[in-house]
Design a protein around this ligand. Sequence first.
Ligand code: PLP
Length: 371
Amino acid sequence: MTNSFHPPQRTLMGPGPSDVSPRVLAAMARPTIGHLDPEFIRMMDEVKSMLQYAFKTDSPLTMPISAPGSAGMEACFVNLVEPGDKVIVCQNGVFGGRMKENVERFGGQAIMVEDDWGKPVDPAKVTAAFAANSDVKLLAFVHAETSTGVMSDAKQLCQIARDNGALTIVDTVTSLGGSELDVAGWGIDAVYSGTQKCLSCPPGISPISFSEKAVAAIEKRETKTPSWFLDQKLVMGYWGAGAKRAYHHTAPVNSLYAFHESLVMLEEEGLENAWARHQLHHNALRAGLEAMGIGFLVEQQYRLPQLNSVMIPTGVDEAEVRRRLLADYNLEIGAGLGALAGKVWRIGLMGAACNKQNVLLCLSALENTLA
Ligand code: PLP
């Protein structure tokens, strides 16, 4: 007979998922009701408007996709890229590479703008890519690169796209709720995120939002969107403004209770206060790490407060350190990804995990383990 699964109580300070707030977990355990129940639909409306607050947009095409961040990414590309479309894709880490994959799988032509891992997207290279290519439909980039801990200047990159008549697709999986993000103010056309980073919520939901211009581009597609599940025209029948809430798929009812609660908590704290909290605890973690002689991969002005890529001290068996942190302190930190594997640790300070106790735990556990 197989026993019930009882996970250990960890402190999640890796690249995500991050610690889930007990309030969010409690919300998830509330009774399941029908996904067309009037009470559930009332809750959906609240989710939409709180999500508009979190993204800073009043776009009606703002909703959670019932699948993880990768599905949000795919929803943006599958709806906006048609065969033959030119898309400038910026790559300065793992996730820009996935954007290229998406463009190519949907028949688009990816024009790559590459920057070193650990550096932000260089706006001058993006301007040069527009100058060298006519009729570019989209510019796609990652606002907060989780693989490196770098923030790119989304406001400036969106301005360059607009100046060249292109739409933008922006990955905010790690930035939403943790760093300044202003979807309408910066003129982002398609944005996606995830619940498992700075929103203190379990993984599995992907918030997205499309601007009016993006909706117009979707509406005038000449080819059918090649994904049924992610076709926004169909999803809008369920989630759209004034939609009849027609059955599209069975919404993940309890996961959406969790998401609702995490957005209530974000509203209570205030968006700007949440950004400030991430910066405050990053500053404390940075001071402690630097006092231990541990340096950062990324130049200070481009660092994400919520994802700290730190250099592994020479001679240290990095996997053994992570194993001991987990075994002795129930503390998870992340390994380097791709080109940075074996070179950096990624220490997350995201959402509910971004607090003073965790900073102190991480510093003391690392110091003891490295001694
Ligand atoms: N984009 C970025 C920047 C990410 O950090 C992640 C996940 O870590 C994703 C996309 C994919 O999200 P998910 O793992 O929820 O599918």
